[in-house]
Ligand binder design. Sequence first.
Ligand SMILES: Nc1ncnc2c1ncn2[C@@H]1O[C@H](COP(=O)(O)OP(=O)(O)OP(=O)(O)O)[C@@H](O)[C@H]1O
Ligand SMILES: [Mg+2]
Length: 200
Amino acid sequence: MKKDWMIAVTGDKGGVGKSTLVALLAEWLLYQGRSVHIIDTDPNQTTQTWIDKCTNFGRTISSKDGGITIVDTAGTSGSSLTKYIRHADLILVPFKPHIADLEVIVGWFLSLKESLQSRVLFIPNMLSNTKEQKTGVAEISAVIKEETRGQLLPGLAERKAVYPTLLNGGKNNFFETNIDHKTREETQQLFTKITQLLSE
Ligand SMILES: Nc1ncnc2c1ncn2[C@@H]1O[C@H](COP(=O)(O)OP(=O)(O)OP(=O)(O)O)[C@@H](O)[C@H]1O
Ligand SMILES: [Mg+2]
């Protein structure tokens, strides 16, 4: 595996779980013994605040010594073409499979040049198994098929008691805490796939 991987988390849509995914992925990689370097380009500094909270608990999250760089972006139009996204090996795009959100996400994806589209990994988030959401996920699959670029990864369920508490920080790695079986299973499925793609 080459040393300096970069993963950007973006998508031009606010409040879909980008910062949560950055923190979760960082925790997963740290749990696997990797080192991560996190860059928070969002003026709201959600991820940086989480890092600072963890630092106050005596943990080191982000270090600049190689490893995997993870970039969080602001959920506003225009963030999509920052230099980080252009240089990212993988572009993670969490999305809520709602009609209104899909319009933004699909429009954003279609506006990307082909070389960037190929690196896009769509991640359905806050899944609650409704018919509307299933239709939404199917729509993304159809767009990926038409464009013949991008991939749809396994998603994360809506777990209000689990994922929102992550960004409060804590003295232990998220994966060392007493998380339930389903959370462990879905995160493992998602992150195993992402690390596989990195090593390809
Ligand atoms: N799978 C999930 N289940 C339940 N709540 C979630 C899940 N993913 C994210 N959330 C919650 O949704 C809210 C938005 O998440 P987050 O801040 O990660 O989104 P964002 O895309 O980074 O937002 P912004 O565009 O403002 O940066 C937060 O309160 C977060 O805890
Ligand atoms: Mg954010």
